[in-house]
Design a protein around this ligand. Structure first.
Ligand SMILES: [Zn+2]
Length: 111
């Protein structure tokens, strides 16, 4: 009575394509070949891949660049605030910010 899964498995080298032999449990597909199951497996695999990339050198570099960008914005903000300070304090803060920005630019290789 149970229908067979309608998934046709492509033939490899020297193999004919064949229909899946498991019984259909949902929408004419077995548990493994149901589109939702395939989608879930692909998403899990993509997530693992993205995690690996994030842990790798390029991912770390990107994360570092994001932090540098955030810190650069904070420094620019600090410079705006420094303009409301007495001149000697403002000059000190601007000098600190210039040094930090130059080192951040060196780190991202933007010169
Ligand atoms: Zn199947």
């Amino acid at each position: 009575m149970a229908d067979r899964c309608k998934k046709v498995i492509p033939g490899g080298v020297g193999l004919h394509a064949r229909q899946c032999t498991r019984s259909a449990v949902r929408d004419g597909y077995c548990k493994q070949h149901h589109p939702n199951a395939i989608k879930a497996r692909r998403e899990a695999s993509d997530a693992r891949y993205r995690e690996q990339l994030a842990r790798g050198p390029w991912g770390q570099l990107e994360a570092a660049n994001c932090r540098i960008e955030a810190l650069t914005k904070a420094l620019h903000q600090m410079c705006k605030i420094a303009d409301f300070m007495p001149d000697d304090v403002a000059e000190l803060l601007h000098a600190e910010a210039r040094t930090a920005l130059a080192s951040a630019a060196g780190a991202v290789g933007m010169g």
